[in-house]
Design a binder for this molecule. Structure first.
Ligand SMILES: [Zn+2]
Length: 124
């Protein structure tokens, strides 16, 4: 079977998450049973299967982990290395990938410069 193109759906909560990014907001989903909050929001809590209710994330964005990329996909050395980080938010499970500007350090707060996927952030 040949497939030439397909449409991926992010689901109801995923769609709201992407719409909110355009308004410079990070949406998460809070479990109605156990209260855990997830970013990006899925439909159900992965611990207790409770439904997630969307809410704006206000917690500080911090660098959870990062790596520095020195070579492109063809093995050619980049003129400027690219730092990619996983950004998490205080009190929230999960996170979002980001291009990181500045000197990265795990646990350090960042400022979100661009609300895309990946985000673009700057180390504070
Ligand atoms: Zn739960």
């Amino acid at each position: 079977m040949e497939v030439y193109e397909y449409v991926y759906t992010a689901g109801k909560n995923g769609e709201e998450f992407f719409k909110a990014l355009k308004d410079k907001k990070i949406l998460g989903g809070r479990c109605e049973k156990c209260g855990r909050v997830f970013v990006p929001p899925k439909m159900f809590c992965e611990y207790c299967f409770g439904l997630l209710k969307l809410e704006e994330i206000k917690g500080k964005p911090i660098i959870d982990s990062f790596t520095v990329i020195y070579y492109d996909n063809d093995g050619k050395k980049l003129e400027t290395p690219i730092t990619v980080g996983f950004i998490s938010f205080e009190g929230v499970e999960g996170g979002i990938l980001a291009y990181v500007e500045g000197v990265p350090e795990i646990g350090k707060e960042v400022e979100i410069l661009e609300y895309n996927i990946p985000l673009r952030v700057k180390v504070k």
